[in-house]
Design a protein around this ligand. Structure first.
Ligand code: HSE
Length: 321
């Protein structure tokens, strides 16, 4: 059995989901891969919270350098969220010779070049599958199995919180604030849910997709973005009267030879496949010039779906060590 030690930065909702994913599936992971994966150090201030998992108090540290300089640790998982100090920590980890896995779309979208260049310079891996679409393996597909294609269009629902709110308002007539509070309680929302409801979170994700699928580096704030905070019950009823539902859609496509992209609440006819994507589920349509149309569907937010994507990246790296 190959033992691989891991440092974890942040044990909030997603950190806990990642830890749980590893613990609940440890036996199977070991049997399938021959890997003994151990989260040996955790950067976290809150050592008392009951997370429903058993973590040795000795694992906790409040000194990030104790992780970056630990010669026994080969992989660092960053789940702090936010651009800083997360970016500096990821760079420090890679400069210390460790591969990095993150779910942090804000940091990846803001500092894509610096992070990927640090990985190349240090001969380590930098993987961020969980940053777009939660549990959906969309980045691995775009940069792996579909690499033979030129992409012509990507369109989808990329935020679980807003899709949950719109679903509850549409299907159950619930109030916006009530549905948002529920999405927060379920661990779907960002620490500051403004990023969800104003579309910033989707802009981060679309910026990452633009980099990977189209080789187009766009800062998230340059993407025309409208969120759902102004959507009312009346808007939803108006859409319904036209046989439609409102979805927060991210879109990138070529028109007249130019790449266009935007994020906006959009009427989707109820017969459209995206109209049936409910609650925290995400879906991504991809058009490739060889493969044609594809649709990826799954849970786009939540501790375990995101933990699944994080651990998938960890296992890929650990296999190659
Ligand atoms: N707040 C995000 C969402 C988490 O609701 O989709 C997953 O990126």
């Amino acid at each position: 059995m190959k033992r691989v030690n891991i440092g974890l930065l942040g044990m909030g909702n997603i950190g806990t989901g990642t830890y749980k994913t590893l613990e609940m599936n440890r036996a199977g992971i070991e049997a399938r891969t021959g890997l003994d994966l151990r989260i040996t150090r955790i950067l976290e201030i809150d050592t008392e919270r009951d997370r429903g998992v058993s973590v040795s108090k000795d694992s906790f540290t409040q000194d990030p350098d104790s992780i970056f300089s630990d010669p026994e640790i080969s992989i660092v998982i960053e789940l702090l969220g936010g651009v800083e100090p997360a970016t500096s920590f990821m760079l420090a980890a890679m400069n210390g010779g460790k591969s990095v896995v993150t779910a942090n779309k804000a940091a990846v979208a803001a500092n894509y070049e610096a992070l990927t260049e640090a990985a190349a310079k240090n001969g380590v891996q930098f993987r961020f599958e969980a940053s777009v679409g939660g549990g959906i393996p969309i980045l691995t597909a775009l940069t792996g199995a579909l690499l033979a294609n030129e992409y012509t269009e990507i369109m989808g629902i990329l935020n679980g919180t807003t899709n949950y709110i719109l679903t509850k308002m549409t299907q159950e007539g619930r109030a916006y604030e009530e549905a948002l509070a529920e999405a927060q309680a379920k661990g779907f929302a960002e620490a500051d849910p403004t990023a969800d409801v104003e579309g910033t979170d989707v802009a981060n994700k679309l910026a990452i997709l633009l980099s990977l699928a189209f080789g187009k580096r766009v800062r998230p704030e340059e993407i025309p973005t409208k969120g759902i905070s102004q959507i009312t019950k009346e808007d939803i009823e108006e859409a319904r009267s036209q046989g439609c539902v409102i979805k927060l859609i991210a879109s990138a496509f070529y028109a007249d030879g130019k790449l266009k992209y935007f994020i906006s609440p959009t009427y989707m006819h109820e017969t459209h496949p995206l109209a049936g994507v409910s609650n925290e589920f995400n879906a991504v349509f991809v058009k490739g010039n060889a493969v044609g149309e594809l649709m990826f569907y799954g849970k786009g937010a939540g501790p375990l779906p995101t933990g699944s994507a994080v651990m998938g990246d960890v296992i890929e790296i650990a296999r190659s060590l």
